[in-house]
Design a protein around this ligand. Structure first.
Ligand code: TXE
Length: 488
């Protein structure tokens, strides 16, 4: 296998690099797959300067929405043309099953085309009812130079939940991708240049979070930081933003409830329970990792979930039939297994899995299901970010709302019931930015994602996600003779 090598992408080109590198080994087999420049604060400074220069020159920010949309749609075409290569990079670097990586890259195309259309409709408001000679224009402008920090679980998808929206608004961006999975960001930036994006509008600096991530979020030349990652680092980024008084958007962790009422389509809900926690190896912020099942159907339902989980295929991410691939790295793999141990030690009932799946040099975890999990247990409260399901039984609607909301997080929740009253009542009372009914981890570029509580704030995708990259300026316009205030 050839090892892909990258340096930073700044001002429309890969820079020459002779400094330290970060080596990425495939979590599936331990083989080296990529080498990135291990950036320094000076690299971030150069990238921010390039972005500032491009932004202020107007070469992108002053184009019409139509012109920006043309470039973004060409970028979407180029992503499609490079589909297989981008899918391969995602699988090599993340260890996720290839069918999910294909979904991710397809997702980036949809997000890019949707964002292009929003850019064409970027508009403000005019007030003509303020009285004679008085008009106000509320103008929507790009926020400026944007710092984007992205994680490893959906390297291309989360990148493109941000980048095309920022570009459609007229911003210039500096991206700091995860040090585990920087390949797709570095490739997509070069594709954007090929699509006609002016130099300096889309820059990528690779390297460690504590060095380049920290410098980007501390940088006084950045107007807005959009971060996706852990709550711990998110808090740190908010602290940095206080120094420079810049706006931030935080998409952090989650511990979503997946609630199954007895009157649900139970076949669909069994599949939903599996999808909820085993999709993307369980390394998913909107994972339905806490399953709540109504007692009257619980024994049979939980037995079916556990049996189906035990039949899932764990292994080679490049195999089309694989359901669960490798954990992102050895450290995270160890953390997931420690959570499993805590579940056993704290008295949850292990129904299936619970160990590493021994498959060569990769970091694989068996699909794991725990029953009789209670709110005092670690596995009920902490984001595990692996293929580990916690199951809790409930009797009444009020009881399950209390259980579901007993979490530091509030990103997404799910409810399964054929009763519209149940669905509406539960949806309204759940404390999260997103609720899905009779489906799970579904979505579309038009739908904003946001969190409450420890899951963060700010919007990603949808009209609201686009508006994050804009700001309003009010122009109050007086025409005709003006009545003096201080005499004549
Ligand atoms: O995230 P980090 P990690 C959760 C999940 C996972 C845990 C740890 O629970 O197990 O976080 O993952 C950059 N200043 N999620 O360690 O460290 C870093 O380089 C600025 C949830 O990978 O938060 C990377 O680009 N940036 C989540 C990004 O922050 C810094 C997705 C995220 O890394 C930095 C991923 C610093 N001081 C993990 N330190 C979700 N919401 O989907 C690191 N970074």
């Amino acid at each position: 296998m050839t090892v892909r090598e990258y340096s930073h992408y700044i001002a429309g080109a890969y820079e020459a690099w002779s400094g330290e590198t970060v080596e990425r080994r495939s979590p599936a087999n331990g083989e080296p797959v990529a080498r990135y420049a291990s950036g320094t604060p000076a690299d971030i400074d150069r990238a921010v300067e390039a972005a500032r220069k491009a932004f202020e020159s107007g070469v992108w920010s002053e184009l019409s929405g139509m012109e920006r949309a043309e470039v973004l749609n060409r970028l979407a075409d180029l992503i499609q043309e490079n589909f297989d290569r981008l899918v391969r990079i995602e699988v090599e670097e993340t260890g996720k099953p290839i069918r999910f990586a294909r979904g991710d890259i397809n997702g980036t195309v949809g997000l890019t085309r949707y964002a292009a259309s929003l850019g064409m409709q970027m508009a403000g408001t005019t007030y003509t009812n303020l009285g004679r000679d008085r008009t106000a224009l509320i103008m929507r402008e790009p926020v400026g130079v944007v710092g984007l920090v992205t994680p490893w679980n959906f390297p291309a998808l989360i990148l493109m939940q941000k980048v095309p929206f920022a570009l459609a608004a007229g911003c210039a961006v500096v991206v700091k991708p995860s040090e585990f999975t920087s390949g797709s960001a570095l490739e997509i930036a070069a594709l954007a240049s090929k699509a006609g994006l002016p130099d300096g509008v889309f820059n990528v600096v690779s390297g460690k979070g504590s060095i380049v991530g920290q410098r980007l979020t501390d940088h006084p030349g950045v107007d807005f930081i959009s971060f996706t990652g852990s709550t711990r680092v998110g808090r740190n980024v908010i602290e940095s933003s206080a120094k420079n008084i810049v706006k931030t958007s935080m998409e952090l962790g989650g511990k979503s409830a997946n609630i199954v009422f007895a009157d649900a389509d139970l076949d669909a809900a069994v599949d939903g329970a599996l999808m909820g926690v085993f999709f993307n190896n369980g390394e998913c912020c909107v994972s339905g990792s806490r399953l709540f099942v109504q007692s009257t159907v619980a024994d049979d339902f939980i037995a079916r979930v556990a049996r189906r989980a035990s039949e899932l295929k764990v292994g080679d991410p490049f195999d089309d039939k694989t359901d669960i691939g490798a954990m992102i790295d050895e450290n995270h793999f160890g953390k997931v297994l420690d959570f499993v141990k805590s579940g056993v030690a704290e008295g949850a009932k292990l129904l299936t899995g619970g160990e590493a799946a021994k498959l060569g040099a990769g970091h694989y975890v068996q699909p794991t299901v725990f029953d009789h999990v209670t709110p005092s247990m670690t596995i009920f409260q902490e984001e595990i970010f692996g293929p580990v399901l916690s199951v809790t039984r409930f009797d009444t609607l009020d009881e399950v709302i209390g259980l579901a909301n007993d979490s530091q997080y509030g990103l997404s929740n799910y409810v399964w019931s054929k009763n519209i009253d149940t669905v509406m009542t539960v949806s309204k009372r759940l404390k999260s930015g997103w609720v899905q009914a009779n489906t799970i981890i579904d979505g579309a570029p038009q739908l904003p994602l946001t969190g409450v509580k420890g899951s963060g704030f700010g919007y990603e995708m949808g009209q609201a996600g686009f508006e994050e990259f804009t700001q309003l300026k009010t122009l109050f316009l007086h025409t005709g003779p003006r009545q003096p205030v201080f005499g004549s």
